[in-house]
Design a protein around this ligand. Sequence first.
Ligand code: MLC
Ligand code: AMP
Length: 517
Amino acid sequence: MPNPLYDRLFGRHAGRTTPFLHLPDGTAVSYADFLSDAARMANVLVQRGLEPGDRIAAQVEKSPDALALYAACVQSGIIFLPLNTAYTTEELAYFVEDSGSQLVVCDSGKEAQLTDMAEALGASIMTLDANGTGTFAEAANTMPSTFATAPRETNDIAALLYTSGTTGRSKGAMLTQGNLLSNAETLVECWRFDQDDVLLHALPIFHTHGLFVATNVVLMAGGSMIFLPKFDVDDIIGQLPAATSMMGVPTFYTRLLDHPRLTPDLVAHMRLFTSGSAPLLSETHVRFEKATGHRILERYGMTETNMNTSNPYEGERRAGTVGFPLPGVELKITDPETGEELAQGQVGQIEVRGPNVFAGYWQMPEKTAAELRDNGFFITGDLGRIDEDGYVHIVGRNKDLIISGGYNIYPKEIELILDEQPGVIESAVIGVPHADFGESVVGLIVPKPGETPDLEAIKSAVGNRLARFKQPRKLLLLDDLPRNTMGKVQKNVLRDAYSKLFMDEPAARQDVEAGSK
Ligand code: MLC
Ligand code: AMP
């Protein structure tokens, strides 16, 4: 019985003894061993009573086993819900509850803090550590290394990836087998991946970029990956000679550019560097070419859509643009008010349609209807234009979103917490330019009349509830927030006012205790 995603990405490598993952300690995991591990894990899931269509939530450190858990879910038809390892218990509780996950798989170190939450939500908990130990790994070790692949169809959901919303409530994007397969096929072709490719993989595997773009493309092409636990610039420099290609967020490239050992010789053999998840400054593109001779290939995607556009493999990779719509993907620029398509060259909201576009938000039909039109076009919330040569330029966002080091941060989620703090009447959270992360989070707080909120206490209150990467790097007090005639906070005014906060030392030194008016 068919299971298209499993068959095309995993099953066809059965018995292959060539490496799939090259690990930092010099060992490798073959395709055959990886598939056996995944099958053992699939047996555990079924033995625990999980069935096709059920959900499991995984908050585990990056490792071969963590990736095998993804394969096990695909093989058993269980919906995979990967979660950022930085999320707090409070954040996790929302995802487990909203998705109705029956099983939470986490690192042993987190088990104690997550058990009560999981049990209260009716989910069981098992552990899987990066070194291959934990209760889930032990259970898998006792299982057969084969598994009868569950039949699935291309419209069946393979994964739920949560993406925050402008209301502060995260939404689970339902990605079907067909979404993931079509995008992997397209990218292999457009970026010329084949079985000789060795992709340097230093991205996290709980997001679209590291899990679907990088991993699925390598699986589809039958190549291999140098699988690093995280981005460490020295490790990347050390591993580049053994790689053919690398996918990264812009921060990877700015950090590499600061490294004295990044030379044209070091990367002369490389075939491809790609960038995405956040805007790559033209300046970074140009500096990277000067330093290495390589023009970074920038592409544009989203959790809900996988990849939409890409600069060409052959042909001009134009700095500051995200290239052309991928084959099979339609992209149009529309008027945000009317939804009408705008004339070529005009700036408007970007809408996309194609086999890559998700099936909707998990159990949120109104939110799905608000963003996914009946005619199949998805309203991305990004603002862009198409130039006279057909290159797509992203010029801004029609959604209140900060992207820091490739992670999305929705201000509303932080503002809701700041507003609850003693002495605070209201707040606004903005993203301001940051040399390393692209943008960084700043919280602007308006005190209640006659009160002086304790900014250190607020920092720690936020720290207990939100992942570190979402926490404001600076908190500043303001008398009031600028508003337009409709009473809406003018975040653009605030962004302009604080645009040099992380660039300009005296301002930066004011940090949390500063009262900036
Ligand atoms: C880590 N920190 C961050 C951060 N990452 N803060 C803000 N933004 C981030 N992205 C925090 C750490 O907790 C730490 O906190 C401090 O910043 C410094 O940590 P670091 O050691 O410098 O960070 P590092 O571990 O090196 O991580 C930086 C990074 C990482 C850029 C390598 O964030 C990363 O791998 N980002 C990739 C994200 C990604 O894959 N996005 C794809 C989304 S999919 P402190 O203060 O406690 O020390 C998508 C669709 C598409 O968008 O198109 O691809
Ligand atoms: P996410 O929801 O994490 O998948 O993030 C998707 C968002 O990242 C998009 O809507 C864009 O705003 C942004 N993004 C992704 N790739 C690029 C890029 N190459 N340039 C600019 N923004 C990008």
